[in-house]
Design a binder for this molecule. Structure first.
Ligand SMILES: Cc1ncc(COP(=O)(O)O)c(C=O)c1O
Length: 383
């Protein structure tokens, strides 16, 4: 698989975007780790126990220390675009960026990581760098909206064929791969905004068996809960604007290619949103870790250690859907996710993407859950 840092940086997409983005480590077929399933952790820990730290630390320690500039507790933000090395190399030639790349590389178990100005720039640049006219991408029918625009509207203009299929059933992918030579298989394991939990391990395996590069957008799960490279995926992508950024204060994107490393376990809490399902105004809660939703998404439990802060609510009535976000006092009716603040986004139904009508996407923040619940309750009383 011809991923290299160089051809990412040479494509120049970032010049248009105002900065650069990039890619990933190379992995030949014989380096491919055997995909394994790692059952969802017991409630006391959501961290994959197989994490292998380069320094022998636990994952939480590495999330802090990996890649930090020596002598500083937090790597300083370097604002310079030029250096004594005399080469202007877009933002990748910058110690702050090196620090982020090293951290993601360590956490995801990749051979190489490259950053960009946002998640979309890195995704677009992946395809600009590696796809050409006549190539074919098979993707899940639903991804983040701007990814849909890229796949449905933009890439086909360059002669790149994109087939959108329902990847809930891996047999659909098998059929699509058998039908025609395919270069990329693209999906989000925990789908934005439908909360579908795709059978990621099978999809990765099928892509490998058919010689396709698997591109896994891991923004929602983060390497804390799912490390696709360790399951044989070729490229993992993050919108670092979200959980990787961590404080709702930065934009960025990262692409990271795989190698074999190990994982160790630490603790992490899950989010107790099952109660919402019992509310008389709620038709269904979509959350990967919720039993009722997991039953419909059986494959989900097999490989991820948890599902993070993203959930969806299907309302019984249009009135609730229309009014709920406007009545919130603490949580905000804004886009984005992986923020410190709980963000609520009303969606229009899009049946071809599996997005139901009267649907709200919720990105849980870091507030005390009791305050979030109280805010939901008072809003629901009014609609
Ligand atoms: C799953 C997923 N991938 C990619 C992106 C795009 O990231 P960015 O906004 O940093 O361009 C988003 C944004 O919401 C996302 O949710």
């Amino acid at each position: 698989m011809p991923f290299s840092r160089r051809n990412f940086l040479e494509t120049g997409l970032a010049a248009a975007a105002g900065a650069a983005a990039g890619s990933a480590g190379e992995a030949s077929a014989d380096q491919r780790p055997t995909p394994q399933s790692s059952p969802t952790a017991p409630a006391e820990s959501l961290i994959d126990p197989k994490f292998a730290s380069p320094d022998g630390h636990q994952l939480a320690t590495d999330a802090i220390h990996l890649g930090q500039e020596a002598g500083f507790s937090v790597t300083p933000i370097y604002q310079s675009k030029n250096s004594q090395h005399g080469r202007y190399q877009r933002p990748s030639f910058n110690p702050t960026i090196w620090s982020l790349e090293a951290k993601i590389k360590g956490l995801e178990g990749g051979a190489e990581a490259v950053t960009g100005p946002c998640g979309m720039s890195v995704i677009a640049q992946t395809y600009l760098a590696h796809a050409k006219a006549g190539d074919r991408i098979v993707a899940h029918r639903c991804n983040y909206d701007a990814v849909m625009t890229l796949l449905r509207d933009k890439l086909p203009r360059f002669g790149i064929e994109v087939e959108l299929i329902d990847m809930n059933d891996p047999e659909n992918l098998r059929a699509a791969l058998k039908k025609k030579k395919t270069k990329f298989v693209h999906f989000e394991p925990y789908v934005n905004p439908t909360m579908e939990v795709l059978p990621a391990l099978e999809l990765i395996k099928l892509a490998a068996e058919h010689g396709a590069v698997s591109v896994v957008d891991n923004t929602w799960l983060t390497p804390i809960m799912f490390q696709p490279l360790r399951h044989g995926a070729d490229l993992v992508i993050h919108s670092a604007t979200k959980y990787i950024g961590g404080h709702g204060s930065a934009m960025g994107g990262v692409a990271c290619g795989r190698n074999a490393e190990w994982v160790k376990e630490i603790r992490r809490a899950s989010i107790p949103f099952g109660g919402l399902e019992a509310h008389p105004k709620v038709a269904r809660v979509r959350y990967g870790g919720l039993e009722s939703w997991a039953k419909r998404q059986q494959q989900g439990q097999a490989y991820t250690r948890g599902f993070g802060g993203m959930l969806g609510v299907e309302w019984k009535e249009g009135r609730t859907h229309g009014g709920f976000d406007g009545k919130l006092k603490l949580c905000k009716p804004w886009g984005s996710l992986g923020d410190v603040v709980t963000l609520v986004q009303q969606r229009k139904g899009e049946p071809d993407r599996g997005i139901p009508g009267r649907y709200t996407r919720i990105a849980v923040g870091l507030e005390d859950p009791r305050d979030i619940i109280a805010d939901f309750q008072q809003a629901l009383e009014q609609v």
